[in-house]
Ligand binder design. Sequence first.
Ligand code: ACO
Length: 323
Amino acid sequence: RLMSVVRGTGSCLPERIMWNQDFEGIVETSDEWIRQRTGIAARHIAGEGETTVSLAETASRRALDAAGLTPDDIDLIVLATATPNNTFPASAVQLQAALGIDHGFAFDIQAVCSGFVFGLTTADLYLKSGMARRALVVGAETFSRILDWQDRSTCVLFGDGAGAVVLEAVEIAETEEPRGVLVSRLRSDGAHQSKLYVDGGPSTTGTVGKLRMEGREVFKHAVGMITDVIEQSFEAAGIGPDDVDWFVPHQANRRIIDASAKKLGIAAEKVIITVEGHGNTSAASIPLALDVAVRDGRIKTGDLVLLEAMGGGFTWGAVLVRW
Ligand code: ACO
């Protein structure tokens, strides 16, 4: 059978770092409040000339280098973003051009913070079907451009960045241990759309709009939704929390991450946390965290890695990957 195996990871953060202290004077807040409620200390903010596509390009080139491949080897690009460079064409197509790829196909996925989990699942199905052989799966965002910088309840939470993973279709014999993407579980429920949304768009206001969130409402639903799809994934794979080597959750909020790990019975030392230095980078947060943990030697070949995200819509999902 064909399985989608991870060949390499890469990431890119904007140069400029904004510390919690830098908000003092912009809105009424404090380093202490932000750290206590979210676990965030700093986030990267895109400067002039840095865009979703430029960050995605650098992350993709680093992932290709790590995989020992060139852009020419890629025949599918799935880019997850809620902050594309333009309404159209897709940022994935712009990334394809930036990488100099003139074959295969590329498209964007819009599932907000769950975008990488949805993108990885989508690319996996294309590879397993034989329609593509090697895929770049990218999460890239510039949320700083859709924040209301006067709203202290949202502007302190988000950051910009990009992460990329190279997936390759590999034939694995039935007698061999399965590798790569093992199980995915995706969900959405549009009944919750008013809790986290952007108040503009091409077909309604003709503007880009700003992010709006009822933080407490999102918080209330997050842990239950996340743990639900993870438990379904465990059941489908015939494993339990003790089998997981690394838990790489969407990095929105330290309290949501800790509560989810505790409810699932996953030991704290198996949880990869980058929210402190990255803030919430939406679809980019999981591939950014993956790249950190691969490069510092924590995630190794053979490890069982659990990914999870929840975001606007709501959308939510989990993926189990044998590295
Ligand atoms: N600094 C200081 N005070 C603040 C700030 C701030 N930055 N923001 C809000 N407050 C105030 C509020 O005005 C409120 O004051 P009041 O009691 O006088 O009205 C008080 O702090 C408490 O506000 P709450 O919203 O109840 O605070 P809470 O403890 O719920 O924390 C937070 C807010 C951090 C947003 C929390 O609800 C949360 O983490 N929610 C989940 C949000 C999230 O992770 N969203 C993203 C997931 S999906 C995705 O990634 C797109």
